[in-house]
Design a protein around this ligand. Structure first.
Ligand SMILES: NC(=O)c1ccc[n+]([C@@H]2O[C@H](COP(=O)([O-])OP(=O)(O)OC[C@H]3O[C@@H](n4cnc5c(N)ncnc54)[C@H](OP(=O)(O)O)[C@@H]3O)[C@@H](O)[C@H]2O)c1
Length: 361
């Protein structure tokens, strides 16, 4: 049986191609294995960041590719088309982390009513969330267009939720204003919504062409283009959550706010401009935000189901809001996937579009 994989050169993300890979089918599947057809998956700037950090954060290890190439992980849906696991039937629908491919073999383990894990040895070096699959067959929240919004937003909103929680538990480090870069990104929109709900002043920094979209969510007190960042009033304590990963912008904001910069979190890399040596910056020292740390901490403090319950409540406030300003765009087949991938890499995708892709023709 042959599958199609979309792979990119690790040292030159513009070089990409599809390759055919051989898969065991039917009786040839190992015990407990599932053969999954990957129906559709979301693709956002976050997936490009997975590729940029593929070596550093071990994303390339999840779905092996030929030497020098990597298969970018994506959040999406698959259907079990062959099963050697006694408790997983053909026809099951799964939501989770997949390769950009038409098929995946999963070594099913920890199978429960709600989900299962891939126990493949090469997938165990990453956080458990990246190996977990939800069984979503009977769940209307994951069906049709609802499902697309889940794939496009839910994993990103988990990060928004955790950053908001981290800031809130630290009383926002004394800041009452929070600045967000790449304010038009889905992750930043989720965070803006949560901060706005908590009564914080939210300032979105974005490109000139994206200000209208950012305004459409109605969660920002101010929206400022990057070239006007230093016109912001700087006399009150502020916190900065950086989705852009633009070191020149970060330095500019730190110098502008000086000691009033009370917290500076590095979350994203959409601009991929981290080369400049920023040296010692005024204000709080910039630090990376590592989501699994906050998850571990809260899992201990809130007990079983505590994170899930609070997250579900937050999600139910955000999902209907963002669906009104985000349009799902579907693309099928290798050529279409390649086009969307390269447009995303170059920053040519308008923020109001949410892309759902499939390598199936
Ligand atoms: N640390 C974590 O665990 C974690 C979790 C979730 C997300 N994130 C990060 O948060 C960031 C946002 O992800 P997302 O999926 O929410 O993004 P998204 O919705 O696809 O964001 C699109 C926006 O990103 C900016 N952008 C994208 N590509 C660009 C390019 N080539 N050049 C310049 N700007 C570009 C533009 O915003 P502007 O014009 O507004 O700058 C664009 O409107 C990613 O870096 C992602 O990895 C991190």
């Amino acid at each position: 049986m042959t599958a199609t994989d979309f792979i990119v050169a690790r040292d030159d993300l513009q070089a990409c191609k599809t390759v055919a890979t051989e898969l065991p089918a039917g009786e040839a599947l190992p015990q407990d294995a599932l053969l999954v057809k990957i129906d559709r998956f979301a693709f956002t700037a976050n997936n490009i960041t997975y590729a940029v950090l593929g070596d550093e954060l071990k994303y390339w290890q999840l779905f092996p590719a030929p030497d020098g190439f990597g298969n970018i992980p994506v959040w999406g849906f698959g259907e079990v088309i062959a099963s050697k696991h006694p408790n997983v039937a053909v026809g099951e629908r799964l939501f989770g982390y997949f390769p950009m491919a038409t098929h995946l073999v999963i070594e099913a383990t920890d199978v429960s009513r709600r989900g299962l894990r891939d126990g493949a040895a090469h997938r165990q070096s990453v956080a458990p969330v990246y190996n977990a699959y939800a069984r979503v067959g009977g769940d209307p929240a994951y069906a049709g267009r609802h499902g697309d919004y889940q794939a496009l937003l839910r994993p990103l909103f988990m990060l928004s939720f955790l950053v908001d929680d981290f800031l809130a538990e630290n009383d926002d480090f004394g800041a009452r204003t929070v600045l967000l870069s790449s304010a038009s990104s889905k992750t930043a929109l989720g965070l803006a919504h949560l901060l706005h709900t908590r009564g914080r002043k939210v300032i979105g920094l974005t490109s000139a062409g994206n200000t209208g979209f950012v305004a459409s969510l109605g969660c920002h007190d101010e929206i400022v283009t990057y070239d006007r960042a230093t016109t912001l009033p700087s006399a009150a304590p502020a916190a900065y959550v950086d989705m852009a990963g633009n070191s020149a912008l970060r330095a500019e904001l730190h110098h502008h706010f000086g000691d009033h910069m009370k917290c500076s979190l590095r979350v994203g890399l959409t601009h991929r401009a981290t080369d400049a040596d920023e040296g010692e910056l005024p204000g709080a020292k910039p630090r990376g935000f590592f989501a699994p740390d906050q998850i571990r901490k809260r899992a201990k403090e809130w007990g079983p189901g505590g994170i899930e319950q609070r997250f579900a409540a937050a999600w139910s406030g955000f999902a209907p809001l963002v669906q009104t300003c985000l349009t799902v765009v579907e693309s099928r087949g290798p050529d279409a996937v390649r086009r969307v991938y390269l447009d995303m890499l170059k920053g040519r995708i308008p923020p109001e579009q949410g892309h759902m892709l499939s390598l199936l023709g």
